[in-house]
Design a protein around this ligand. Sequence first.
Ligand code: AP5
Length: 220
Amino acid sequence: MILIFLGPPGAGKGTQAKIIEERFAHRQISTGDLLRAHRAGKTALGREAQSYMDEGKLVPDGLIIRMMEEEIKTSSNVILDGFPRTVAQAVALDQLANSKGWSLPQAILFDVDESVLMERLVGRLTHAASGRTYHSTFNPPVVAGLDDVTGDALIQRPDDKEETIRTRLAVYKDQTEPLIEYYDNPASGRLTSVDALGPIDDVTRRIERVISVREIPQRP
Ligand code: AP5
């Protein structure tokens, strides 16, 4: 089953996707991490995406859809973190699932009060190579400034500046929030809302409950 993690920047999608992928037979695909890897590798896509990302705007649909069709083509056992982000992307994803004979994607909406997002994002520390994230207060690494797994230095993402965060939040409202209505169709039951406030472990338990209702198998 294709599982979509939907929610505003800072809602905890990446944090939870990394935890859930370890427990369930589903691979996390983060569009943000993929794009950052393209940038680091100075690929044509990375160069094209750079200015949009730095300004907190969305990378054009055509580029994203091509990149994701390539990523998803072999297996539907994925957690999509940061995709789709526009109705055009959601339609393309449904078309891909239909063409493969997969069931239509299911979305989990991270329900979070907007007032916590700025604090979460300005305090975020990221391990650039893996996309693992920490928070200086809410989820600090064992050794300050260093990744728990590799010991590499953590960075602050360039788009985690207050002004860019404000743009990203506005872009979410304008272009991504309409997806709630797209998936929240009582007939198809494709959207479940999860309370994304409170300790990270509590949020994980709420997501696991949703996933077990949907009968996604655990890793052996
Ligand atoms: P992307 O990397 O996807 O950024 P985002 O959606 O803005 O999401 P974030 O990574 O900021 O938030 P998150 O929800 O994953 O939060 P996290 O778990 O890290 O995209 C970056 C850019 O790439 C976009 O602006 C765009 O330009 C481009 N892009 C990507 N996808 C695209 C697409 N589909 N179409 C077009 N363009 C695209 O948590 C945040 C912080 O909070 C962390 O520090 C964490 O430790 C902390 N935290 C997490 N949970 C909790 C909790 N329960 N309590 C307290 N703190 C918590």
